[in-house]
Write a protein that binds this ligand. Structure first.
Ligand SMILES: Nc1nc2c(ncn2[C@@H]2O[C@H](COP(=O)(O)OP(=O)(O)OP(=O)(O)O)[C@@H](O)[C@H]2O)c(=O)[nH]1
Length: 199
């Protein structure tokens, strides 16, 4: 499969509503707990080593980061959440910003939630998937670092998560396994995101 994301490039970072690009075109947001592997997943998706910064220090992505994929087509890297050392007033600011972004952003076509396959569906993952469901937005769960499990264990987790998502949100959330290390699942993720962006 050719890679429609190959020309993705950094566009801007927004700390608040004023800094957001115009609400036009289409965008897909990526969320994940700190250290889940979101930056590595984005880099594998676009096939660039350093588009989204990969860091061993969790929680440093503290704004909405927009990447241009094509004219008025964006990938949006949401703040890594669940990082205990962030001051509480900043947490509150992001929470408010994220709530507003999710409830009002017309360009938003879908949400990808990146989870470490060894720790899926934590509270914040459920919260993000719940946001999407509450406004009828499709969501896609990515169980990354699948290379850390045996094939059988990864398949079992996939099945368990699929059943739980089905129970909670019926058919609005899909799920796959993924590895930025082995590149397993990259094509599947590209298909979902390019369909949402219509590219
Ligand atoms: N084995 C393996 N390690 C991975 C994979 N994806 C990410 N990692 C490692 O997990 C750590 C965190 O990865 P990042 O991509 O920086 O995670 P992040 O979710 O973007 O982290 P924040 O910047 O805190 O949001 C790094 O040490 C990565 O090398 C994967 O698919 N397999």
């Amino acid at each position: 499969m050719s890679n429609p994301f190959a020309r993705a490039k950094y566009a801007l970072s927004a700390h608040n509503f004023r800094q957001l690009p115009p609400d036009a075109g289409a965008e897909v947001a990526f969320a994940g707990r700190s250290n889940a592997g979101k930056s590595s997943c984005l880099n594998a998706l676009v096939q660039q080593n350093a588009l989204a910064r990969v860091s061993k220090t969790p929680g440093r992505t503290q704004q909405l980061v927009f990447f241009d994929v094509a004219p008025q087509k964006h990938l949006v890297d949401l703040p890594g959440y669940g990082y205990a050392k962030v001051p509480q007033d900043l947490q509150a600011h992001w929470q408010q910003f994220l709530d507003g972004y999710f409830s009002t952003r017309d360009a938003l076509q879908g949400l990808v939630v990146i989870m470490d396959i060894r720790h899926p569906l934590k509270d914040y993952d459920r919260q993000m998937l719940g946001y999407a469901a509450s406004r009828g937005l499709p969501a896609h769960a990515v169980l990354t670092k699948a290379d850390k499990l045996s094939r059988g264990a990864a398949a079992n987790t996939l099945q368990a998560v699929r059943m739980e998502l089905q129970r909670l949100w019926a058919d609005t959330v899909s799920v796959q396994t993924f590895s930025a290390e082995s590149k397993q699942g990259v094509d599947e993720l590209r298909k979902v995101v390019s369909f949402w962006l219509q590219i």
